[in-house]
Design a protein around this ligand. Structure first.
Ligand code: ATP
Ligand code: LTN
Length: 332
């Protein structure tokens, strides 16, 4: 809460091209709060370097992620959109919160276990303390709600634990945030392996639909989606491929699962896959058009980045100042 206004905060890493998982699980829901809350949405470049990045690509994707935020309907005049490394208070608070986070807590984080297995040659300390930097992002802005996909819920819960521990020692420092996970879209699965989360850093590109894929590519990827040997379009645990396609169709059309099952009664998998691909392409088209205009205007994006960083820093400084005082740090 800041000045009687509730706060919504979230972030996306510029670690690859954004997928429909990022869009449906996170970015699309950022807008829900735009009218009523003070909203901060960040491009978390410092999180991205926990795995190796090519500098020129990181730079390009940072601009692109900001452009996608705007293209997805987040008005930079209303929402504070900024880049994490432009506000140094994040790194400063992260150090402090490291001293209030337990080794055991970080060891239990499933994303750390997954990523350290996937990047076994680079299990760096940043990958381990990643959730502490995320807690700093959230807590600096006295956040009430954090819209995320389900994979990030555990990190927000750890953030709550860190904030509660800190508040017990130093009362009234942080607002305790709430993770907001939508029911449809919270976990979009890979089209190539519907038991695996669709992820922008997946090696199998056939399973991943990018927000910027053109219509033909989208339809081709959906046509190849792995399903089962049955023929019925029905939402069931034992049909993870079809369940995922129904879920994606529901997200793009707003139709409920029973409505979709009814609509596709007696229809073959092939036609259903094309229908899902078409709904997805149609939903993404306006975003792609706006995105193309925005990335062509680097000066505009830079101006937004600068404005966002200045706004965010104002709030971040207030919280960090309070933390420093409570801890007993001196001020000159
Ligand atoms: P990486 O592959 O680099 O780990 P990612 O694709 O998992 O990246 P993040 O930047 O870590 O994406 O996530 C940004 C937001 O998108 C988070 O809120 C996350 O929960 C959400 N998200 C990512 N993938 C999915 C998905 N498949 N379904 C729903 N939400 C997702
Ligand atoms: N860890 C998140 C990205 C992220 C974030 C945040 C999300 C960084 N800081 C603060 C919500 C709030 C991820 O990997 N998707």
């Amino acid at each position: 809460m800041f000045n009687d206004r509730k706060v919504s905060y979230s972030g996306v890493q510029p670690s690859g091209n954004l997928t429909i998982g990022n869009y449906l699980g996170a970015i699309r829901n950022f807008k829900t709060y735009s009218d009523r809350y003070k909203c901060f949405y960040c491009v978390v470049d410092m999180h991205a370097i926990t795995v190796r990045q090519v500098p020129a690509e990181l730079r390009r994707r940072t601009y692109e992620t900001l452009a996608l935020y705007i293209a997805c309907g987040l008005d930079p005049e209303i929402n504070t959109l900024y880049v994490q490394s432009h506000v140094h208070e994040h790194a400063e608070l992260a150090w402090i919160l490291n001293c209030f986070t337990m080794f055991g807590e970080l060891s239990r984080m499933t994303q750390f276990k997954d990523k350290s297995a996937r990047h076994a040659d680079n299990v760096n300390a940043g990958l381990f303390t990643y959730p502490v930097l995320m807690a700093s992002d959230i807590l600096l802005y006295q956040t009430d709600v954090v819209p995320v996909g389900i994979d990030q819920k555990q990190h927000v819960e750890l953030t709550r634990d860190i904030a509660t521990r800190f508040n017990q020692l130093y009362p009234d420092t942080f607002t305790i945030p709430e993770p907001i996970v939508v029911s449809t879209g919270k976990k979009i699965m890979s089209l190539a392996d519907p038991l695996k989360k669709m992820s922008k850093s997946d090696e199998n590109l056939n399973g991943v639909v990018f927000i910027l894929d053109d219509k033909d590519t989208i339809i081709r990827k959906f046509k190849r989606a792995v399903t089962d040997s049955d023929t019925e379009i029905r939402d069931a645990e034992e049909k993870p491929g079809i369940r995922n396609l129904i879920n994606i169709y529901s997200c793009f059309t707003g139709k409920t699962v029973p409505e979709i099952e009814q609509e596709f009664k007696g229809v073959g998998y092939g036609d259903f896959k094309i229908a899902v691909g078409e709904a997805c392409a149609a939903g993404l088209e306006p975003i792609q058009t706006r995105f193309k205009e925005l990335v062509a205007d680097k000066a505009y994006l830079e101006a937004q980045m600068k404005k966002g960083a200045e706004e965010a820093a104002w709030y971040a400084r207030r919280t960090l100042g309070k933390v420093r005082k409570k801890l007993g740090f001196t001020q000159v």
